[in-house]
Design a protein around this ligand. Structure first.
Ligand code: NAG
Ligand code: NAG
Ligand code: NAG
Ligand code: NAG
Length: 378
């Protein structure tokens, strides 16, 4: 529920570090020579060197839906699914980077030796798979005056230095919460981290992961709250060009304990990291599933003026009321306008697989409109 789902804990390396130091240059030699390149054209195994002015950063979680993505826009694919060499070759053909997922226990990275071996392991994997960098997605709780606080900044800095040195043109990015104000008890050195990598991806979603007011269903990424998050990052002194806006291509389906006449859906109290209520009371639903359900709902699509987001209510087969809050081209365009207003680096989403790529006429149009909503309006 807190953004991209956390992966399994990284494997602990047992090889002595010196072995990795010896192995890296050799591997570099082999891989740059195109040995074992899976692409039809071996040139496609080379890393992307071009640095676009505008980023469209796409999370992909697997399968072959990527074949239908809007490649005219994509600049980076963060490959969070099973490695797919066909995707790597295709992205490179389109001039887009493909980056690894990086997740590691923050308890482990306090140890500098552990950090070096973790980075070496990721570099070997990136080279073996002809990838262009790494997206670090931690999302773990960190206390402000803990050794983890500085270790995390160090990890990002050391990863960036190593990748930039070993893979030409490579990109290292880090995923941050919608606001720097210790969301989900994540006290990170945001300005340190943003400076240490190429840019941060701001996960402007799951903004109801900690509900301190009334326990009611609400938008995943309300307009005001989203914009305030960016303003707060910029107030920390972070250059807007180090921020990419992340928008959700999914919503939340909440079961209502009570649904009032004026559409207020009371939800179960599910605490999260100190907050009495959270979006964990709901279930994440992809945009494609929402689009199949909204027309047959009791309410049809409604628009919340306060939150600048759509929602609808329905009754399940057991007779329980539900309320679904989501984002559509209208709510996304409003937020995307701030990419220009604030001078951000670009935009992206969690995740690209969430649209309907089946090709039937209505689905095709809805999917196209979601991709179009990412574009800055002139
Ligand atoms: C942060 O500090 C609190 C209070 O000292 C402690 O209970 C908690 O386990 C700490 N969290 C982490 C991730 O270290
Ligand atoms: C954040 O990290 C930078 C770079 O390591 C450091 O200079 C700065 O003092 C840190 N800021 C805080 C508030 O810890
Ligand atoms: C739902 O209704 C809208 C507006 O009436 C229509 O444009 C859309 O095609 C419908 N969606 C489906 C899946 O039938
Ligand atoms: C959103 O922000 C605007 C401008 O600051 C303010 O006028 C408006 O009342 C806010 N809306 C909500 C629902 O908080």
């Amino acid at each position: 529920m807190a953004g991209p789902p956390l992966g399994p804990a990284s494997l602990v390396l047992h090889q002595p570090l010196c072995l990795l130091r010896l192995a890296l240059p050799l591997l570099t030699l082999l891989f740059t020579a195109g040995v074992g390149c899976p692409c039809e054209d071996p040139a496609l195994c080379r890393p992307i060197l071009h640095h676009p002015d505008y980023e469209v950063f796409v999370f992909d979680v697997g399968h072959k839906t990527w074949k239908s993505y809007d490649w005219a826009q994509i600049t980076t694919v963060a490959a969070f699914g099973k490695y797919d060499s066909e995707l790597m070759c295709y992205a490179h053909l389109k001039g887009a980077r493909v980056v690894l997922k990086g997740d590691v226990s923050v308890k482990d990275i306090i140890n500098p030796t552990f950090r070096s071996s973790w980075i070496a392991e990721k570099l070997i994997l990136a080279k073996k798979q002809y990838m262009d960098g790494i997206n670090i997605d931690i999302e773990q709780e960190v206390n402000c005056s803990s050794p983890e606080y500085d270790a995390l900044t160090a990890l990002v800095k050391e990863t960036t230095d190593a990748f930039h040195r070993e893979i030409q043109g490579s990109q290292v990015t880090f995923d941050v919460a919608w606001s720097p104000k210790q969301i989900d008890r994540r006290c990170y050195n945001y300005s340190g981290i943003a400076d240490a990598c190429d840019f941060v991806f701001v996960m402007s979603y799951d903004e109801k992961s900690q509900i301190w007011s009334e326990c009611i269903a609400a938008a995943n990424a309300p307009y005001n709250q989203t914009v305030t998050g960016y303003e707060d990052y910029i107030k920390l002194g972070i250059n807007p060009k180090e921020l990419v806006m992340g928008v959700p291509w999914y919503g939340y389906d909440y079961t209502c304990l009570k649904l009032s006449e004026d559409d207020v859906c009371t939800i179960a109290k599910v605490p999260f990291r100190g907050a009495p209520c959270s979006d964990a009371a709901g279930r994440q639903v992809p945009y494609k599933v929402i689009m199949k359900q909204v027309n047959s709902s009791i309410s049809g699509s409604q628009w919340s003026k306060d939150q600048q987001a759509p929602y609808y209510s329905y009754k399940d087969s057991a007779g329980h009321f539900h309320q679904v809050w989501y984002d559509n081209p209208q709510s996304i365009s409003l937020k995307a306008a701030h990419v220009q207003n604030l001078g951000l680096r670009g935009i992206g989403m969690w995740n690209a697989n969430h649209l309907d790529y089946s090709g039937d006429a209505a689905a095709k149009q809805q999917t196209e409109e979601m991709w179009q909503a990412l574009k800055p309006k002139v």
